[in-house]
Design a protein around this ligand. Structure first.
Ligand code: GAP
Length: 454
């Protein structure tokens, strides 16, 4: 596990995973761009989530709803009135902070999220919590700060043209519940999942890609009948754990489940369990599993003209399904993956190497092809082209000595390197090097595709 965020950030930038957003103009605070390798690994992660939670799950289907929704959706969901954070200003330097985060950073054992605004103010005062910027302890009273990003739709800029960028993908699912259920003739229980951008005007974004104002979510809303006796909450907790351990190969000692107590629950939830990951800056929420009951469908039924009920085919009764929601941030999950798999390994010869020990399915490239010398480029490129044609995610590298090229591929997480050398000319075999064991084996060129697809 990586110990320092700075080390990881510098590594990811040098190797083309993540760049500062708007860098050439001095950056835009807390925005990040994903380079070629970052974009590929994000796509791999999304595909793994989709394959696991949608394609290979017997209950679930996918959706891709809009980012901009009718404002009535956000009114009904409670976001316009209730999606706020407690904001304080430092009276000395005017910097702005989230009161609960100021407290939790100083007193990690305190759960400030469950404190009332008065309790937060009292705590800040009595514990003399300092402004992280100027060190003074004089803050304004707490104000509600709305987290929704506002923008305008159309040519007229008046209050009727105001729309919001979605702060969660979930509402797009709830408002399409009936469309999906009817068009696919789905019977309860079933889930609808989607992934896509969400936006929150966070007061204190930070910790690199952990908390940003623009991020992607992968969310599943799983609908079931109120009288269904199955413990779907436990089922989805198990599935999330299975995905983390078996698909992403995250070490169980690096994450834990933590149940919210009553005061911490979001307005829509009757039960929430977070998966928390042991990040270099401490334990942080990775994945939330919430029991949303029938809150959202009920709200939309009451606030729209739509009938979002479900007609139970056996009882012929109209019911409002209950919902379990496992929701995760793509970039936050990616950060956990980087934290676990980026290692600096001491070697027997006294040197060290940087390795990104990614599972194969996440690695930007499965294999790199290289000629031992540049004059062997032509047959090496032929192998490279054949691998690409067979659907294998390969790259080609002929710059620098072989040792350096191995190190470069280790650092970007490529599980295998193929080297074409002078013997290959006669025996039609290449050297295949394993990233993790560094063992080398000779493999027939004709067997490469089968070998790599195993
Ligand atoms: N639909 C429920 C929902 O949005 P949430 O706990 O607010 O619940 C779910 O968010 C997940 O989205 C979090 O567990 C986290 O992984 C991710 N997330 C939330 N806010 C984020 C932010 N500002 N930056 C990055 N990821 C975020």
């Amino acid at each position: 596990m990586v110990k320092k965020m700075e080390e990881l950030i510098s590594f990811l930038k040098t190797n083309g995973f993540v760049f500062q957003g708007s860098e050439i103009y001095g950056g835009l605070a807390n925005s990040w761009d994903y380079g070629p390798l970052g974009a590929q690994i994000k796509l791999n992660l999304k595909n793994l989530w989709w394959d696991f939670f949608i394609k290979s799950n017997p209950y679930n289907v996918g959706l891709d709803s809009s980012i901009l929704l009718n404002n009535k959706v956000w009114k009904a969901s409670g976001h316009i009135d209730g999606f706020n954070d407690p904001l304080v200003d430092c009276k000395n330097c005017q910097s702005r902070w989230r009161a609960d985060k100021l407290i939790e950073e100083k007193f990690p054992e305190v759960n400030a999220a469950k404190m009332s605004y008065q309790e937060l103010e009292d705590f800040l005062k009595t514990k003399e919590i300092k402004c992280p910027k100027c060190g003074k302890t004089d803050f304004t009273p707490i104000r509600n700060f709305g987290l929704m990003f506002k923008t305008q739709q159309g040519v007229l800029e008046d209050e009727n043209s105001v729309v919001y960028l979605r702060p969660e993908t979930a509402q797009g699912i709830f408002i399409n519940f009936k469309n999906v259920q009817r068009s696919l003739r789905k019977k309860l229980p079933f889930g609808i999942g989607q992934m896509g951008k969400s936006f929150r005007n966070e007061i204190t974004p930070g910790n690199f890609i952990f908390r940003t104002r623009e991020f992607e979510q992968m969310e599943l809303e799983f609908f079931f009948a109120p009288d269904d006796q199955t413990d779907w909450f436990a089922y989805w907790m198990t599935m999330v754990k299975k995905f983390l351990v078996e698909v992403l190969q995250l070490d169980e000692s690096n994450f834990r489940f933590r149940a919210h107590d009553q005061t911490e629950l979001a307005h829509y939830s009757t039960q929430t369990v977070d998966v928390e990951f042991d990040f270099p800056f401490g334990w942080g929420e990775l994945w939330g599993i919430a029991n949303r009951g029938n809150f959202d469908l009920t709200q939309h039924i009451q606030n729209s003209a739509a009938d979002l009920t479900y007609l139970d085919p056996t009882t012929n009764q109209k019911i409002i399904p209950y919902v379990i929601e496992p929701s995760v941030g793509l970039e936050r999950l990616l950060l956990a993956i980087f934290c676990q798999f980026y290692v600096i390994e001491e070697l027997k010869d006294g040197t060290s190497r940087e390795v990104l020990k990614l599972p194969r399915a996440l690695a930007p490239y499965l294999v790199s092809v290289m000629p031992l010398q540049k004059n062997l480029a032509q047959p090496s490129q032929k192998i490279y082209a054949d691998l690409l044609a067979s659907g294998i995610n390969a790259t080609y590298d002929e710059t620098g000595n072989v040792g350096k090229r191995y190190r470069r591929q280790d650092a970007i997480g490529t599980p295998f390197v193929i080297t074409y050398d002078y013997d290959s000319e006669t025996d039609q075999k290449v050297t295949l090097r394993d990233r993790d064991t560094m063992e080398q084996t000779r493999v027939k060129i004709n067997d490469l595709v089968d070998y790599l697809k195993r």
